[in-house]
Write a protein that binds this ligand. Structure first.
Ligand SMILES: NC(=O)c1ccc[n+]([C@@H]2O[C@H](COP(=O)([O-])OP(=O)(O)OC[C@H]3O[C@@H](n4cnc5c(N)ncnc54)[C@H](OP(=O)(O)O)[C@@H]3O)[C@@H](O)[C@H]2O)c1
Length: 284
């Protein structure tokens, strides 16, 4: 039997919870840590719940971070300083953008640990189903080491080069996600304000070349007022900022994203930050 890596998963939020269950189901020994311990306690049936970051990472072969942003990842990995195994690999899966990934790569070098930059595409349900798409980048020698974890959490892993490439592609993918969500909200709002039942818009495109499963799911949630977070609006606003920062860094003038960011920000200010990003519709 091949060696199964011991995994420490730091961050048991919407995504981390589903990922943890799939890592455990694949038979990998798992320790979990979360700032708010109750969320990690919910995994006590499949994982060892660690009270501290130090306890979670000590002796782990792969350390996964699935936290909110670059600041929370950096602060958490600082707590791991001095307790990481010599040959441990840090699998960084949070969405932290271009500058955030550069900063974390510097921290990895300082901590003396190899880092794989591997953000994911897919929300709560794909995380629960082990069906995320992983955009991985990092040193060749780490690939086999992290493969059992990536196979457990995802349906597909794209290896796309040096650290940072995964995070850059993730921004392009999220720009598309936000364009679709905000576009659906706008067409529903237009339909309604032009005096028609907004459901007619979804009915019109249903099953045709302009439809997509995601359009019907998010559009349906908007009309039903169902905003349980699969991807919280506050996180989407954070990522819209990361996209604009990255585009600005290469001199790219994006037409849609500034408007999308403004709409997301308005909905967050109205108190919808913890609801699903479909709640942008509530402020249309
Ligand atoms: N949801 C999605 O659809 C989706 C899809 C792809 C990628 N992502 C990305 O994946 C990451 C996690 O997303 P999520 O939806 O799981 O987020 P979430 O449900 O908001 O969970 C955030 C996690 O970060 C922790 N955290 C926040 N600030 C912290 C700090 N200062 N120190 C330590 N821990 C901190 C939270 O701990 P507490 O429980 O204590 O608050 C929680 O474990 C984010 O980078 C997000 O952009 C999300």
């Amino acid at each position: 039997m091949t060696h199964q890596p011991t995994v420490a998963l730091l961050g048991i939020g919407t995504m981390g919870a589903g990922m943890a269950r799939n890592i455990a189901a694949a038979g990998l020994p798992l320790r979990v840590w979360n700032r708010t311990r109750e969320k990690a306690d919910a995994l006590a049936d499949v994982a060892t719940v660690a009270g501290t970051v130090k306890e979670a990472v000590s002796g782990a072969d792969v350390v996964v971070t699935m936290l909110y942003d670059a600041d929370s990842v950096a602060a958490t990995m600082e707590e791991a300083r001095g307790h990481l195994a010599d040959d441990a690999v840090w699998l960084q899966q949070s969405t932290v953008g271009v500058a955030g990934t550069e900063r974390l790569a510097e921290l990895a070098a300082d901590l003396g640990v190899a880092m794989v930059d591997a953000p994911v595409l897919g929300t709560r349900k794909p995380a629960e189903d082990g069906a995320l798409v992983v955009l991985a980048s990092g040193p060749e020698h780490t690939r086999d080491r992290v493969a059992p974890v990536l196979d457990a959490i995802g349906s597909k892993t794209l290896w796309i080069g040096e650290v940072g490439a995964g995070s850059r592609l993730k921004l392009a993918a999220n720009a598309w996600v936000f364009t679709v969500v905000e576009g659906v909200a706008e067409s529903l709002a237009l339909t309604r304000e032009l005096g028609l039942d907004p459901a007619l818009f979804l009915e019109t495109i249903k099953g045709g070349a302009l439809d997509a499963p995601y359009v019907q799911v998010k559009g349906g949630a908007m009309l039903e007022g169902s905003f349980d977070p699969a991807f919280a609006l506050g996180g989407a606003l954070k990522d819209a900022e990361l996209i604009l920062e990255a585009a600005g860094g290469v001199g790219l003038d994006l037409g849609l994203l500034p408007g999308i960011r403004a709409h997301f920000a308005r909905a967050v200010e109205a108190g919808h930050g913890d609801q699903d990003m479909a709640a942008t519709w509530l402020e249309h």
